[in-house]
Design a protein around this ligand. Sequence first.
Ligand SMILES: NC(=O)c1ccc[n+]([C@@H]2O[C@H](COP(=O)([O-])OP(=O)(O)OC[C@H]3O[C@@H](n4cnc5c(N)ncnc54)[C@H](OP(=O)(O)O)[C@@H]3O)[C@@H](O)[C@H]2O)c1
Length: 346
Amino acid sequence: MTETLSSLVNHQVRLAARPVGLPTAADWQFTQEPVAVPEAGGVLVKVGALSLDPAMRGWMNEGKSYIPPVGIGEVMRAGGVGVVIASGHPGFAVGDAVGGYPGVQEYWSIAAGQLARSGLAKIDLGLGRATQWLNVLGMPGMTAYFGLMDVGQPKAGETVVVSGAAGAVGQTVGQLARIKGCRVVGIAGGAAKCEWVVRELGFDACIDYKVGSVKDGLKQLCPEGVDLYFDNVGGDILDDVLARIRRRARIVICGAISQYNNTTAVQGPKNYLSLLVNRARMEGMVVFDYTERYPQAVAELAGYLGDGRMKSREDLVEGGVAAFPDTLNKLFTGANFGKLVLQIAP
Ligand SMILES: NC(=O)c1ccc[n+]([C@@H]2O[C@H](COP(=O)([O-])OP(=O)(O)OC[C@H]3O[C@@H](n4cnc5c(N)ncnc54)[C@H](OP(=O)(O)O)[C@@H]3O)[C@@H](O)[C@H]2O)c1
């Protein structure tokens, strides 16, 4: 068995350079090497699909953040799901479906000594399909859950606005806020995305920021103001919402994708004094702070998937690791529709 495994070739994508602006082909290096068969106590995973996340753009930058940057020459960090194909660990058996952070490669070899901090965990395909474990039951769903519930603290009857509404985090935020009895207005790019969140996901309304004025849309759709804004995009849209918040509003700073490829300084909120006038608060969150409570969120969200109160959409792209660079950039043009997932093996 070991002999067969060691004849396998592992194709990888490594970070070749730190990008300036939108990543280009020159920022990546394609490599291949024999599969590293783990020694006793280790686990070998065949990667099935990778999660492509806006955060990857930040991980490519030098500098201090909530997680160290990916080093030049290292396999690009990525979350993913797959199946165990060899195991010397009693906690994992061949055939187990698992998730974790394999990186952009076809095989993930975890030595015994690295297992505890590898993030490798079994996933229950009875609760959701593998790609849903990269979406609503995975990191984006956890972000939506803890960002909305812990930081945003929604109350029934309140008006919640969420940007990036048709994306991975946004789709779960909006549906969860509806389940909690809130009125939900999404902000998304394009008619198809807006129509989907309203017709399929049950949002009350959606503003297409690519055709109209967000300011006018908010005025019309949130006449009493906004109680809770879940911000995925930052920039001008954050300023437009700040101008319409209600007293004691909460703004969850989840992300600012409009700023990630800036070659100049990040655009900060011009309308921040609205926080003062409205006795409001704006608070950042990082999902990794909640890892110990993931099981609680998974159980609740899986319950909503099971009883049909929640839906999820994944945008599954084929092409394996070779398609990684172009697929990642879809996030920054809005070409993805739903959680962006790269299929590595069928
Ligand atoms: N804090 C945390 O722990 C944490 C964890 C996960 C994710 N996040 C953040 O959450 C946000 C959403 O992530 P996701 O994984 O759910 O991504 P996603 O929404 O599935 O995909 C990104 C979407 O952002 C929108 N977008 C791109 N450029 C934009 C721009 N200039 N202005 C407005 N919208 C733009 C596009 O949708 P449209 O077509 O609608 O423009 C695109 O589809 C990101 O900011 C990410 O960094 C934070």
